[in-house]
Design a protein around this ligand. Structure first.
Ligand SMILES: Nc1ncnc2c1ncn2[C@@H]1O[C@H](COP(=O)(O)OP(=O)(O)O)[C@@H](O)[C@H]1O
Ligand SMILES: [Mg+2]
Length: 272
């Protein structure tokens, strides 16, 4: 299910113009990372995809649905959005109910709800915490509950807003597994992230936003090679990319496997 964003403008009621003329197409099954400094408009952009915000100008289409004419409830069958702050999303008294709320609301059959909830709790590492009140968990685990509640809805499009912020290494690894799982399922995954290393390692395409506009977008490797343009948005290239440049690699690398391949070539060149 493609996402089409056409001339999207958004002004908050207090007059802040958060998005200006954003044009983007995101195709079925793409894994996209959105980066950019605080206040660039990333969250405002993705809130248009599930109808939480409606365009001030231009339009957003999810498949054949124009978000202007569909409710958030309707759009939630197509787009799952995990808020940056899970406390804006959680309201049930235990983890299981939280994860089951979405799929039940979408009227999946009971056995299907059970299967989806169990799968989502497994992926997020929440097995064994079914009876726990989300508010007795740490903020990082509450974030995982929020993720599980969206995964359990089995939507074709999943949006994660700052998934790795404040998470420890184990949970960051879990997010890698979640993105890999969504990729295998053929779902579209969009993550807003401050963590450009996580973005470069796990996503195919990168969108850099600055001041309410798309500054740069394309395959990750192409985007991270545009060091000067990235600097305009106060984004540093991934560590591996910078290290590769320091080492004099002839091509840009953005992932561990690319780095190692280029490093081997470099070493062999020196030893021959
Ligand atoms: N609820 C709101 N009311 C008014 N202005 C807002 C609101 N939310 C965000 N903004 C403003 O809109 C701009 C874009 O914010 P946001 O989309 O949250 O950026 P990002 O997610 O990239 O940090 C910023 O200038 C921010 O201060
Ligand atoms: Mg944000």
């Amino acid at each position: 299910m493609d996402i089409n964003i056409d001339g999207l403008c958004y002004t908050y009621p207090n007059g802040v113009r958060a998005l200006h003329e954003v044009d983007l197409t995101i195709r079925t099954g793409e894994q996209v990372a959105i980066v950019g400094q605080n206040g660039a408009g990333k969250t405002t952009l993705v809130k248009h995809l599930n109808g939480l915000l409606k365009p001030s100008g231009g339009e957003v289409r999810i498949g054949d649905w124009n978000t202007q004419t569909y409710s958030v409830a309707q759009l939630s069958s197509r787009v799952g959005y995990v808020f940056q702050n899970p406390d804006q999303q959680l309201f049930c008294s235990n983890v299981y109910q939280e994860a089951a709320f979405g799929p039940t609301n979408l009227r999946y059959k009971e056995a299907e709800v059970t299967r989806l909830v169990e799968g989502a709790l497994r992926l997020t590492g929440l097995q064994g915490k079914e009876e726990t009140n989300p508010y007795d968990l740490s903020p990082t685990w509450r974030k995982m509950v929020a993720v599980a509640s969206i995964l359990a809805m089995d939507t074709p499009i999943v949006i994660l807003d700052e998934p790795t912020t404040g998470q420890d290494a184990v949970n960051i690894h879990r997010f890698t597994d979640i993105v890999t799982h969504l990729r295998k399922q053929g779902k579209t995954t969009i993550a807003i992230t401050h963590d450009i290393d996580f973005g470069a390692e796990n996503f195919d395409r990168m969108i850099v936003m600055s001041q309410g506009q798309v500054l740069l977008e394309g395959p990750v490797r192409e985007v991270v090679s545009r060091v000067d343009t990235l600097a305009e948005s106060y984004v540093d290239p991934p560590q591996l990319t910078r290290l590769g440049m320091e080492l004099g690699f002839t091509q840009t690398v953005s992932r561990e496997e690319e780095f190692l391949a280029a490093y081997r070539v470099l070493i062999m060149g020196r030893s021959s």
